[in-house]
Design a protein around this ligand. Structure first.
Ligand code: ADP
Ligand code: ZN
Length: 704
């Protein structure tokens, strides 16, 4: 079993992190102790490292069973970007590709092998010949018919433990449901598994609920300060996703619709563009998300009320996987409730569905800390209010609502409980429309007695009256409002009614304002983000796999300009330092020279010093040792000086031999775009920096 220092060093070297998230260490220790494990963590909790880190240190191969073929390539690319040998086998590959992976497996050139459950049978012969040190089953709830994503192919996975009784197996899921948990262990034959249940509290997600009036306006308002941040808007219907996306495009946002009716290729394209940050907003039905492993989704909006809290939590969980503050906004409208009630009525298990919808409604209408309600749903109690939901940030103030209630209830009584909320409000406000005149409501005694309160506020008060049991909606009778026992007490026994003051929702909450200030001023972050996108395109991987947003934020804050400083940033491991370090350092230097005068002097000076030593004929290594800086720092200085058109002869930094082989590669590969094809051609034996240098030299030779 590896010692603690080795485990920590591996975490830093391969993943770039200095410390574990809750439960990661415990799970990893348990794997090394040879136990079977069941890990339950919320989306974004950091499940992958729990098996990826042991995989690096264990002698044999780690088999990872994962349900989504579309995700495998991403996961494997991400591992490779960290310098971890990984591969996948699935039906999308040619026989040749598969053969070459088989060979690498036999040659022990692979540490993690990703497989879809469907591929297990045809890979069995090969898998039998290799040493398996660990089996990881991702999205393990797919095995259970109790869960929400049942996949028949998962049910055969039970044989894995029988076949490899001594190999530790770990099942991972974000489903907290107890019945599903038990079912997973039973079916995988790991009844003695150690269970690790992480907190479901995602503290970095702010929670906000607003009434669903003028939603488009509110969304545009919300987006004003999020010009570049990625987000998802979940809608109930396909049509809404289409119209909403179009409206957003008309306002200049890069938005696309995504639902099951969109052609397969188009859907794949939307997903890819979203992952690569070329589309900013996806307006989607629930069909979108399962395949999305994107760590920098900064906000999630629910245009409509979700039908239960599980779904809602999973969807907002797609925001902020990188741990940075992220925003969620839920629109609550009674029309949605009515609609969902109908769906529930028609469904097989009506009672359960209605009960779940009820909990969702309670959450949306809560006048106390929302996170408390959310977590209590998952069986978790928090002592203190969270301080990061709209209720905590702007607690309701209560007013004596007795007169408001009396006006409303007597109106309902006078129209003989024959109208839905909207018409009741019309009568209260003295509206002059068909609904009122047709039935002669303008002659009622209460007509117009509530004209001093806006339509929108009335709606909120009505909802509060319903929640407190003073009114009921008859869902089976066209949603007519009905009086209750309790309403009689108000009308006839002077019972006092407490209502919460209706908030001004156009006003954005403190958290948003703070966020907006930040995102407007942080141009170094934007510059780093642009660099990341460029590098991602060159390497042919999603942007967040270069570095995630949290890492870029840290660079922005600490502005590392030496290798040592750069290595200190969370998320920077060895491989990424080598591949991208100098380019980021160079960009930070450039930014500093441009932006701050003071910094410009300092950084300018450091460049001047390097230049002076260079002119004395010193090599990069010599300059580095004289200046007590890392060689790659000096390298980035040199590249910067070259870009600044200083008299730098790049050919002194690359051997003729290297230039020659790069030239040969260039011809053989037919002048490919980007650096990745070269890097792969050389199988990593020549680093990105050298390739880049050689190509720059070759290019300039031609123009001269
Ligand atoms: P899950 O599969 O549970 O949804 P992931 O494994 O995808 O979560 O991890 C979510 C994000 O958190 C990733 O961007 C990952 O790099 C990051 N992460 C994981 N562990 C740590 C850690 N110890 N420190 C910092 N970031 C981490
Ligand atoms: Zn709260």
């Amino acid at each position: 079993m590896p010692e603690q220092p080795q485990i920590s060093a591996t975490l830093k070297e391969y993943f770039g992190y200095d410390s574990f998230r809750p439960l990661q260490q415990e799970i990893i220790d348990s794997i090394f102790a040879g136990n079977d494990n069941l890990a339950i963590m919320p989306t974004g909790g950091g499940k992958s490292i729990c098996y990826q880190l042991p995989a690096i240190l264990l002698p044999g191969i780690t088999l990872v069973i994962s349900p989504l073929i579309a995700l495998m390539k991403d996961q494997v690319d991400g591992l490779r970007a960290n310098g971890i040998k990984a591969a996948f086998i699935n039906s999308s590959q040619t026989e040749n590709e598969q053969q070459s992976i088989y060979q690498s497996l036999l040659d022990k050139q692979i540490k993690l092998l990703y497989l879809a459950p469907e591929s297990l049978s045809f890979t069995d012969a090969i898998v039998s010949q290799i040493e398996i040190s660990l089996i990881a089953i991702d999205e393990a709830h797919c095995i259970s018919a109790w869960g929400h994503d049942f996949r028949p192919a998962y049910t055969q996975l039970g044989y894995l433990k029988n076949k490899h009784p001594k190999t530790p197996l770990i099942a991972l899921t974000a489903t907290a449901d107890k019945a599903t948990r038990q079912d997973i262990c039973d079916q995988l034959n790991i009844s003695n598994a150690t269970q690790h249940l992480a907190s479901f509290d995602r503290k970095n997600l702010s929670l906000e609920v607003r009434p669903g009036n003028k939603r488009i306006e509110q969304i545009l308002n919300f987006l004003e300060d999020k010009s570049k941040d990625s987000g998802i808007i979940y809608c109930l219907s396909r049509k809404t996703t289409e119209t909403l996306a179009e409206k957003l495009r008309n306002q200049g946002y890069k938005a696309e619709a995504y639902h099951a009716g969109v052609a397969h290729e188009k859907r794949a394209k939307v997903q890819e563009d979203f992952i690569n940050d070329t589309i900013q907003i996806v307006c989607a039905t629930i069909a979108f998300g399962m395949g999305i492993d994107k760590s920098n989704v900064r906000w999630v909006i629910h245009y409509n009320l979700p039908k239960n809290i599980e779904g809602y939590y999973q969807e907002i969980g797609r925001a902020g996987r990188d741990g940075l503050p992220s925003y969620t906004l839920l629109f609550h409208s009674y029309a949605d409730v009515v609609q969902l009630q109908k769906f529930a009525d028609m469904s097989g298990n009506k009672e359960v569905q209605l009960a779940k919808l009820d909990r969702m409604k309670q959450y949306a209408e809560s006048l106390s800390c929302r996170r408390k309600i959310l977590l209590s749903y998952f069986g978790e109690l928090i002592e203190k209010d969270c301080g990061n939901c709209d209720v905590c940030l702007d607690p309701p103030t209560f007013i004596d609502g007795t007169i408001i209630a009396q006006k409303a209830l007597s109106t309902v009584s006078r129209i003989k409980e024959q109208e839905p909320i909207g018409t009741v409000i019309d009568v209260l406000r003295g509206a002059q429309n068909v609904a009122v005149y047709d039935r002669g409501y303008q002659h009622l005694k209460t007509y117009g007695i509530g004209a001093d309160i806006s339509w929108r506020d009335w709606q909120q008060y009505m909802i509060q009256l319903i929640n407190q049991g003073y009114l009921e909606i008859a869902f089976h009778q066209k949603n007519k409002l009905k009086l209750t026992k309790r309403s009689k007490k108000v009308l006839f026994n002077n019972e006092k009614v407490r209502l919460s003051h209706v908030k001004e929702f156009e006003k954005i909450t403190a958290a948003h304002i703070e966020h907006s200030k930040k995102s407007k001023s942080d141009t170094l972050f934007d510059t780093l983000r642009e660099l990341r996108l460029k590098l991602a395109k060159e390497a042919g991987i999603p942007a967040y796999q270069i570095f995630n947003d949290a890492t870029l934020r840290e660079m922005e804050q600490h502005k590392p300009t030496t290798d040592e400083e750069f290595m200190q940033i969370s998320g920077v491991g060895k491989q990424k330092m080598q591949n991208y370090g100098y380019q980021f350092i160079k960009t930070i230097l450039e930014y500093s020279t441009k932006k701050t005068k003071k910094a410009s002097q300092n950084k300018g000076n450091t460049l001047k010093e390097t230049l002076a030593l260079y002119k004395q004929g010193l090599s990069i290594e010599e300059i580095a040792s004289q200046r007590k800086l890392a060689t790659s720092t000096i390298f980035s200085h040199i590249m910067k000086l070259y870009d600044d058109k200083e008299d730098i002869d790049l050919s002194t930094f690359v051997s003729k031999e290297d230039i020659k082989v790069v030239q040969k590669a260039k011809e053989e590969l037919n002048q490919p775009d980007g650096l990745k094809p070269y890097f792969e051609y050389f199988e990593g034996s020549i680093d990105y920096n050298t390739i880049k240098l050689a190509l720059t030299i070759l290019k300039n030779e031609k123009t001269e």
